[in-house]
Design a protein around this ligand. Structure first.
Ligand code: ZN
Length: 55
């Protein structure tokens, strides 16, 4: 499963297949980034093909 993090407030969304359109924490249309990719290997680069596909 993939967890998602709001790039504005840092809210961690429940591990779901796709992130919500709006952040339930800051109520803005923030870019949820693939939090599961936050490893030293990818150095915080978002790996979020699903967001790009939806937008
Ligand atoms: Zn947020």
């Amino acid at each position: 499963m993939t967890s998602w993090m709001c790039d504005k407030c840092g809210y961690i969304h429940e591990p779901v297949t796709t992130p919500p359109e709006k952040c339930p924490s800051c109520k803005s249309e923030c870019s949820f980034v693939d939090n599961s990719c936050y490893t030293p290997d990818c150095a915080g680069k978002p790996n979020d093909p699903q967001i790009k596909k939806d937008k």
